[in-house]
Design a protein around this ligand. Structure first.
Ligand SMILES: Nc1nc2c(ncn2[C@@H]2O[C@H](COP(=O)(O)OP(=O)(O)O)[C@@H](OP(=O)(O)OP(=O)(O)O)[C@H]2O)c(=O)[nH]1
Ligand SMILES: Nc1nc2c(ncn2[C@@H]2O[C@H](COP(=O)(O)OP(=O)(O)O)[C@@H](OP(=O)(O)OP(=O)(O)O)[C@H]2O)c(=O)[nH]1
Lengths: 195, 195
């Protein structure tokens, strides 16, 4: 079949399928980080959104930060990460959004200080995983509260068998995922387009 | 006086002195991130520790991630970030350390999966702020639990008027801080070496 890109190769060689719905990639994305891979990922996002007039990247702590900072480096724009909890200095006027967790059956609030996103911003939302899509929708909601433009969403790994991708695309927002997983059944990673 | 480096200039022009002991730099380090500045910071750390045989960088979520990933890119080594809370995939054997917060008067546990640090590792610990030093000491404790070598600590902003720097240096561990603040009194940032 088609040659696999570097990210897909890393998923196959280092990823661990924990269940039919969970892929563990702690060795290069979610706990240990491969900086050179992050740089490639950032350059990939930058290339995909090069013509979109991006002025800012929005992400969420913690795993979204590394891919976002590399994309921001390539695009020459700042990166803002939403906080899940109050921090020592997050004392300003905030944009907040509720994010529901199916796994935990609970709703949490994510926040961004309003000084870091304005209605002039053209925003690229970036995150590591796209699963149920609630975090990405929360970031898009913040973009809209600020009156800014959501130019699109960049995702490292999309689980195509979950609904997040549908939820965002049916709103007319562009989603670019560097790897799309069709299935994790029987301990096997199947990418979209493979059979 | 001496010419200021880029980081010091950003602190002076964008930093907000919130109290005699707290400097807010949310516009480029702790909430919004300036990727190019992070790249310079990473290159600075890489240069300082170029001869140390570093095999791994250890940091802690969230603000330590961006400077660490850029340092890891320059040094060509992986970055591992300690988790403050359980994550979906942090299910392995862990090294953990208790970290006391003076501000909150509480102790929390930070953890790293033991597969990501071994006794062969020569570790550079990196964090954004050095204040009371408890987080850095917790990371050093994890390095020692793993039987690895703590080559040193890289800090973006050290508050020299707090005890963290002393605590680490008196253990014979090298600390390299890119900016050292002697005082935040009267709303003014005074760097070490200025009067
Ligand atoms: N490794 C891995 N992670 C997955 C997978 N599917 C979802 N996640 C992540 O798990 C976390 C679960 O999020 P929840 O808010 O509980 O959402 P959910 O149950 O509705 O999916 C999120 O991490 P997060 O909040 O982004 O955490 P952090 O890593 O940024 O701290 C999400 O990115 C998967 O297949 N593999
Ligand atoms: N902006 C700013 N932050 C400071 C300053 N002094 C300490 N901090 C940060 O505040 C947080 C307070 O840590 P605590 O664990 O409560 O420790 P402490 O009271 O003993 O200092 C830490 O952030 P953290 O856990 O690293 O949070 P995160 O940003 O990584 O999420 C630390 O880096 C300061 O002068 N300015």
């Amino acid at each position: 079949g088609k040659s696999m890109n570097l990210l897909q190769q890393k998923i196959i060689t280092e990823g661990q399928v924990l269940s039919d719905s969970i892929l563990k990639v702690d060795s290069f994305l979610n706990h240990q980080i491969d900086p050179q891979l992050m740089k490639y990922i950032g350059e990939e996002f930058a290339g995909l959104f090069a013509e979109a007039g991006i002025t800012k990247i929005l992400t969420i702590e913690s795993s979204g930060i590394a891919p976002s900072v590399m994309a921001g480096l390539s695009l020459g724009v700042p990166v803002v990460f939403a906080r899940k909890r109050k921090s020592l200095t997050l004392v300003d006027q905030l944009y907040s959004s509720k994010v529901y967790s199916f796994t935990k059956n609970e709703t949490n609030e994510i926040s961004i200080a309003n000084s870091y996103i304005t209605s002039d911003d053209v925003v690229l939302v970036i995150d590591d995983f796209l699963a149920n899509g609630q975090a990405a929708l929360g970031l898009i909601d913040i973009v809209e509260q600020a009156g800014a433009t959501a130019a699109g969403v960049g995702i490292v790994i999309e689980k195509g068998f979950q609904n997040g991708g549908n939820l965002i695309r049916e709103r007319g927002i562009r989603v670019e995922s560097l790897a799309i997983i069709d299935s994790l059944s029987d301990g096997i990673v199947t990418f979209k387009g493979e059979n």
